[in-house]
Design a protein around this ligand. Structure first.
Ligand SMILES: [Zn+2]
Length: 299
């Protein structure tokens, strides 16, 4: 009960804040509290349901780059743009379908999950809610679908500037994919809009968004190459467990458990619908990828 109260207060603060910045939402979003964690994303604190689906779709270009880099740097496997795109298109459609199923029982616009109980202060709660409300503003102004790869960046910038902090870490200084998508993109957003008369209205201009996106994707490429290798080599046991559970959650990959071989792995990619990747991988040495599956728990 107290949680909802805290979030409601933050929602009022966020709505007032954006009203003052001349980018008000036309409606008051409804909050809903889930007493269960989101099984597919157990660390989810809160999310703006409608905007969430668009952001998954919109992350496809960056996810494609990430996949190619992971396979090349982590497993010495080359995948073409077309094959990577096919895989990512399928993965994001499946992810969206899956989340829609999980979230269909909720009627609220912003859903809060149990990790929200760990929120320490009003300030922290305000920041989270400001972030989600910004996604809803972009959705209402019909720009969330434009340069969507930077949408976590714009939301992060809105959230940080609300609390008087900056997005000061550059893409090149970050070591983690998630941080790059949020804070790294936020830093480039900041660079493009902070000197404008109203950074918030600026973030809603298509041309500004496209310019930010172009810089972001350009700068992020060499960084992804560098961190991909590291993210496989130095992966923590917790993160391996997440990867394992993610793969085991997909019916196409489940049967690999205790049944690992190059042939089976290729069949799994085919079942998934990624015929291009299956074909391209077939001609290459897949030992490191097989070892990786073994290491995370598929033995
Ligand atoms: Zn977000």
């Amino acid at each position: 009960m107290e949680t909802i109260y805290l979030a409601e207060k933050s929602l009022d603060t966020a709505l007032r804040f954006f009203e003052g910045k001349k980018v008000a939402l036309s409606y008051k979003p409804e909050l809903e509290y889930s007493d269960k964690i989101l099984s597919v994303k157990p660390d989810a604190i809160l999310l703006a349901k409608q905007a969430f689906y668009t952001t998954i779709e919109g992350k496809r270009p960056i996810m494609k780059e990430w996949l190619k880099n992971l396979f090349m740097e982590g497993f010495n496997l080359e995948i073409s743009d077309e094959a990577a795109e096919q895989f990512v298109d399928i993965a994001s459609a499946k992810t969206n379908r899956f989340f829609k199923e999980k979230l269909s029982s909720f009627e609220g616009d912003i859903i809060l999950f149990p990790p929200f109980l760990n929120v320490k202060s009003d300030k922290e709660s305000d920041e989270y809610v400001v972030h989600e409300v910004w996604h809803l503003i972009e959705a209402e102004k019909s720009v969330l679908g434009i340069a969507t790869d930077i949408s976590e960046g714009t939301a992060t910038y809105a959230m940080k500037s609300f609390s008087g902090k900056g997005c000061d870490k550059t893409v090149e200084e970050l070591e983690d994919f998630e941080q790059i998508i949020y804070q790294g993109a936020g830093n480039i957003v900041q660079k493009h809009v902070q000197k404008s008369e109203n950074p918030y209205t600026s973030m809603l201009i298509s041309k500004v968004r496209e310019d930010i996106r172009e810089e972001f994707l350009g700068r992020v490429k060499p960084v992804l190459k560098r961190i991909a290798k590291k993210s496989i080599e130095d992966e923590s046991p917790e993160s391996m467990k997440v990867d394992y559970e993610l793969l085991m959650g997909m019916p196409e990959f489940q049967s690999l458990k205790g049944n690992l071989s190059k042939d089976e792995l290729i069949k799994a990619f085919r079942r998934y619908g990624a015929a291009g990747m299956a074909e391209e991988l077939d001609g290459q040495n897949m030992n490191s990828l097989i070892n990786y599956f073994r290491k995370i728990g598929f033995e």
